[in-house]
Design a protein around this ligand. Sequence first.
Ligand SMILES: [Zn+2]
Length: 525
Amino acid sequence: MGGPATHALAVAGPRITAVGQLPELTERFPRSEVVDLGEAVIVPGFNDAHIHLAMTTDDLLHVDLAASRVTVVTEAQLRIGDEAARTPAGQWIQGTHYDDSKMMDGRVLNRWELDEATSEHPVHVMHVAGHWGVVNSAALVLAGINEESEDPPGGAFGRDASGNLNGIVYERALAKVGSVIPPHDPEDRLRALAQAVETFHAAGLTSIGEAYAEPADVELFREGIERDLLTLRLNVLVGHDHYDAVRASRAFEGGDPLRLRFDGVKAFVDGAIGGRTCLLTQPFEGTTDDYGIQTTSTADLAAIVRQAHENGDRVGIHANGDQAIAILLDQLEAAQRALPRSNLRHRIEHCTIVNDELLQRIQRVGAISVPFGSYVHYYGEKLLEWYGPQRVGRMFAHRSFLERGIPVLGSSDYPCGPYQPLLALQSCVTRRGYDGVAVGENQRITPYEALSLYTVAPAEASGEGHLKGRLLPGYLADFVVLGDDPLTVPPDQIGSIPVLATYVGGRRIWPDRGVLSALGGSGSM
Ligand SMILES: [Zn+2]
């Protein structure tokens, strides 16, 4: 990156062999096939450091209740009722992408409304941010949750004004529901995986960080690679509950590490930004006592960090609120003090709300920040309503991280936020919501910096900076062909730039598959 504009790439097998002007390259490689891309722009393949492919796969097998489809409770009931009519009685019905903040009737779905949609099936509807859900009465019975049930540690059962269960299940309490829902058929999952992969390629993604995998997901990924359905390159964070099992089974060994790698251990300190459950030092705007939820005890967190650190493995720990980040930093600092490992850079997933002191500590302990790239666009004015105008200037603090020299990676956290990297670039550059509202404009970054978040930075963080993120000889031929240049179009139009084609390892993988040997066109990196 940073060199003069590249006009042509020579590609042999999975790697770039040369970059330069087209006449020069055709002379050097006279027998190559030339692909003329006209005025199109080539950039390195996008790399989203924190996204949920396994969850996206399962969501494709569930009822879509996204705000683009459902705007009032009755529409959600209709969609669930339709699915119930097609589903044998007693089988689970799962809804996904539900976002109460975008509902026009301004209230949250409850168990009785789900009972109206079907009383013959257990129903679970997951909130878009993934930190709470709503279930119907049949699901409460199957999960063994009743009016006498006590809240589990790090979770809660929602109740109405008279103290009755309203069907909302928060944070760790979700596990009580999840444990009684049977897994999907592996062939159904493979079909959905292929669909999810194609959707991501269509947005220009060539590499991703899978932000939470269990052993069954790793198995799914291996099978997907085997059948050539999974053509994204994956770095995987494994859920801490499954860390021992994955180590014992050597699930990541024996394959191609350029396609599937273990990246670290995933755990959580607190709740969500969009779900309003993150752990804060100052209460949520408009409340005096709501500081959010700590979802893992400090003692458990300490044990998780210590074990991974001692093994020389990275942790990638979800910490959104400023209080959650402080609690996590205590543990990262303790681990580095007890056993200094300067090459082991742990990740703070989301790392949303910071301040000067936290930034200093993050820098000193050598941690990597992985903030949301598209939340400003996705939530807009709601962020001001929930967090206030002062605090939003310290949220998704891309500018502050860059100024401090803290590694900062691009991430969508899809399905929690939009997955399109170009939309994230626009969001980071403009700091404007879908509604046009400005959110913490002091954190704006340049288009070039925003592009780096989704190319060079994640490659360097995963130790693949010599292979990915740049268009240079010896690098993997992973790149995207765009209809316009994200570095020069007006910033509010970056998200609308068409993705024309996506290549992985020299192979055109989207819109249809083909092999490439040489390519002409204009590149900007
Ligand atoms: Zn996530």
